[in-house]
Structure formats: structure tokens, C-alpha cells
Design a protein around this ligand. Structure first.
Ligand SMILES: Cc1cc2nc3c(=O)[nH]c(=O)nc-3n(C[C@H](O)[C@H](O)[C@H](O)COP(=O)(O)OP(=O)(O)OC[C@H]3O[C@@H](n4cnc5c(N)ncnc54)[C@H](O)[C@@H]3O)c2cc1C
Length: 345
């Protein structure tokens, strides 16, 4: 049974205060998208002259709470328990619902990761709040009350600003890889409130005996990404990119159609519906540069495109253009780098 939080009548809006962020954990650590939420929330909280409250849910949270505090949370609110070690939508949304009832946040931000999207929609339904999904810009109005949530729309061609004037909390999910992680400051003072939560049994669902995490690729942390698109023309083409990536300490990315065709796992997808990356070097081989792909990699420091079409859209974003067949250019690059590395030895 999921309890509904009462819809908030407009006259109570002023009771809702502070900026809350859900700091998602991954493998028992504060995740990168979670830390990015602290960055996004901090900016808003400071402008609104309000507190930034970080929510963490898991097991053994003391150290993680200290870390969240050192990244800029004024209050860290934790719910811990052995059963909460791994993400589960029902108990996690129940806990956040309880926190909303008790603390009345004005704003609640959740990373737009797979789990975050799942969680946000459920919390939004429970709180009758609505949620602006997949935001790439988050700000606050001049009065410090209304969240200005911006997200790309119409195939990423337009940025829509969405306001929630009459319900609280104002909820948004934020696209990973866009918001900056704040500087860590050891010894910052902050409040910590870690609770053992009683979760109604019916919400726990099935018992988890062992959790075996799928090895997932975090493209957002990579310094070099070598991505392939339909120009590869066959799944085996990714092996050619992998050789180059291995040679230069990078990871392999992909355009969506190659993922949809099953040439490579979804973890590798870059773009609007994949991961947003900002590496030092992004190599796009056989990728045309459609806006949905560009949205996920345009913040890269250096972009090299390899394409047979001299007028490919990707070239508008590239620092260097190799106008050639990728099956000639990529092995030649790999070989040259290997040769130079050998010569240096
Ligand atoms: C709602 C929505 C969300 C989407 N989300 C994403 C997303 O997250 N990520 C994403 O990538 N796409 C996404 N897309 C799809 C996107 O619109 C494009 O269809 C896709 O990015 C095109 O992939 P591509 O560049 O690999 O293929 P193509 O557009 O077909 O381009 C292939 C390129 O390879 C070049 N080429 C061909 N042969 C060679 C060769 N031998 N050597 C070198 N170059 C060669 C061609 O000149 C061409 O430029 C989304 C679409 C929608 C509608």
C-alpha cells in the first residue's frame, strides 16, 4: 500500500522551505550524478538564502553523510537500514515521502539516472507534485521561491522553462554529466540527521538474498571517449574503436541506433537518451551529429570527427575533422600512436 500525501492547498505554499537533493549512492559510495545534484542545489539554495538538505538512503551512512557535508550540504538527512542497502523504488519513495511530509521542502532535485527517474516519478505521484524531467539548467526566480527548470524539448531544438506555481515540492530530475560537482571542503560544519527507518513490510516486496551488480560503464567519468555510429556499418566495427580507445586510455561510446541494433550495450550510448559526457577528448567516428547525439557530448573539451561526408553536421562542433573512411583513419591513428609510444620506451 502506498499512502498518498495530501495535496497542498495554495495558501500553504509559504510553509515549504529549503532545497532538498537526493544524493544517489552507487556501490556504497556517493555517486557522481548524486554529487552533481549537490552542485545544482547549492547554487539555488545560496541564491534563495535557504538551506541545502542532502538526502541519502542506504546502510552505514555516517561516513557518507560526512562526505556529503564536505561537498556543501547544510543538513544531511539519512535513512539507513540493512534492507535499504540497494536501491528499491517502493521503500525509497516511501522514505522520501515521509521526509516531504515532515520537512516540507520547497524544491526537491533528483538525478535523472535510471533509478532516479523511477524514484522521482513515484515520489511525484505520491506528493501530487509533478516533476520536470531531465533538466539541463536549474535556477531560482528573483524572489528565491520558484524553481526555473529548463529542459530541452522538440528533439532538443528548444529549451523549455517549466514552472510549478501551485504545488510543493517543486520537483525536477537533472541530467547527469551537466551540473558541476562542488569543491570538497573538509571540516565544514553541517547538521547530520541519520535515522533508522521503519518500512512497512508490504513495501519491501521480495527479499533480496544477494545483490550482484551488473558491471556498468560510467562514461561520465571518462577523460577520453571514442564513439562509433552507423558509419561502422557492422557490430564488429566497435572492435576497431576499442583498439584505439585502449591505446589512448579511453572508453568506447556509441550513437543510439547502434545500441538499438544491438551492436553494443546501452551503457555506451551518448546523447539525449543516453549519457552526457564531457571528456578532454571525444572522437566521433561514423556519427552524423544529429542534435540528440550532440546534446550528450558538446561539452567535450576537444572533438575530433571522422566521417566520409565533408558536410556532416558533426563537423560544425569539431576541433579537428578527418574526412576519410573510419576503417582507414582509425587503424592508422591507432598504429601511429602505438609506434610513437614504442619509440619513447
Ligand atoms: C527522442 C530521441 C532521442 C534520441 N536520443 C539519441 C541519443 O541519446 N543518442 C544518439 O546518438 N541518438 C539519439 N537519437 C537518434 C538521433 O536522432 C540520430 O538518429 C542518431 O544520432 C544518428 O546516429 P548515427 O550518427 O550513428 O547515424 P547516421 O545519422 O546514419 O550517421 C552515420 C554517419 O556515418 C558516416 N559514415 C558512413 N560510412 C562511414 C565510414 N566508412 N567512415 C566514416 N564515416 C562514415 C555518414 O557520412 C554519416 O554521417 C534520438 C532520437 C530521438 C527522436
Amino acid at each position: 500500500m502506498v499512502g498518498l500525501i495530501n495535496a497542498v492547498p495554495p495558501e500553504n505554499l509559504e510553509d515549504f522551505k529549503n532545497v532538498f537533493v537526493f544524493i544517489e549512492l552507487r556501490n556504497g559510495e556517493l555517486s557522481r550524478p548524486g554529487l552533481e545534484m549537490i552542485g545544482a542545489g547549492l547554487n539555488i539554495a545560496r541564491k534563495a538564502n535557504e538551506k541545502l538538505v542532502g538526502i541519502i538512503i542506504g546502510d552505514n551512512l555516517e561516513k557518507l553523510a560526512d562526505e556529503a557535508g564536505s561537498y556543501g550540504c547544510d543538513i544531511v538527512l539519512g535513512a539507513e537500514g540493512k534492507d535499504l542497502k540497494e536501491f528499491r523504488t517502493m521503500p525509497y519513495s516511501h522514505i522520501i515521502g515521509e521526509f516531504i511530509n515532515e520537512f516540507k521542502p520547497n524544491i526537491l532535485l533528483i538525478p535523472a539516472t535510471r533509478n532516479g527517474r523511477d524514484l522521482a516519478s513515484r515520489v511525484a505521484v505520491k506528493s501530487k507534485a509533478g516533476v520536470t524531467a531531465d533538466c539541463t539548467e536549474l535556477d531560482i526566480d528573483l524572489n528565491g521561491r520558484i524553481l526555473l527548470a529548463k529542459r530541452p524539448t522538440y528533439g532538443e531544438s528548444t529549451l523549455a522553462e517549466i514552472l510549478c506555481r501551485r504545488h510543493r515540492p517543486q520537483m525536477a530530475t537533472a541530467r547527469p554529466g551537466i551540473f558541476k560537482i562542488p569543491e570538497k571542503e573538509e571540516g565544514r560544519t553541517f547538521q547530520k540527521d541519520i535515522r533508522k527507518m521503519q518500512i512497512p513490510e508490504e513495501m519491501m516486496g521480495k527479499e533480496i538474498i544477494e545483490f550482484i551488480p551488473k558491471k556498468s560503464l560510467d562514461l561520465t567519468a571518462a577523460k577520453i571517449v571514442v564513439s562509433g555510429g552507423l558509419g561502422l556499418s557492422k557490430p564488429q566495427g566497435f572492435a576497431v574503436l576499442e583498439s584505439l580507445a585502449n591505446e589512448i586510455g579511453g572508453v568506447v561510446g556509441a550513437s543510439r541506433p547502434t545500441v538499438d541494433l544491438g551492436w553494443i550495450e546501452r551503457d555506451h550510448q551518448v546523447g539525449q537518451t543516453g549519457q552526457s559526457v564531457r571528456p578532454d577528448l571525444y572522437i566521433a567516428a561514423g556519427i552524423s551529429g544529429k542534435i540528440q547525439h550532440i546534446m550528450g557530448m558538446k561539452l567535450s573539451k576537444n572533438i575530433i570527427s571522422i566521417n566520409t561526408d565533408p558536410n556532416a553536421e558533426i563537423n560544425q562542433y569539431s576541433d579537428y575533422i578527418i574526412n576519410d573512411d573510419l576503417y582507414k583513419a582509425v587503424p592508422a591513428l591507432t598504429e601511429e600512436i602505438r609506434r610513437r609510444k614504442e619509440a619513447k620506451k
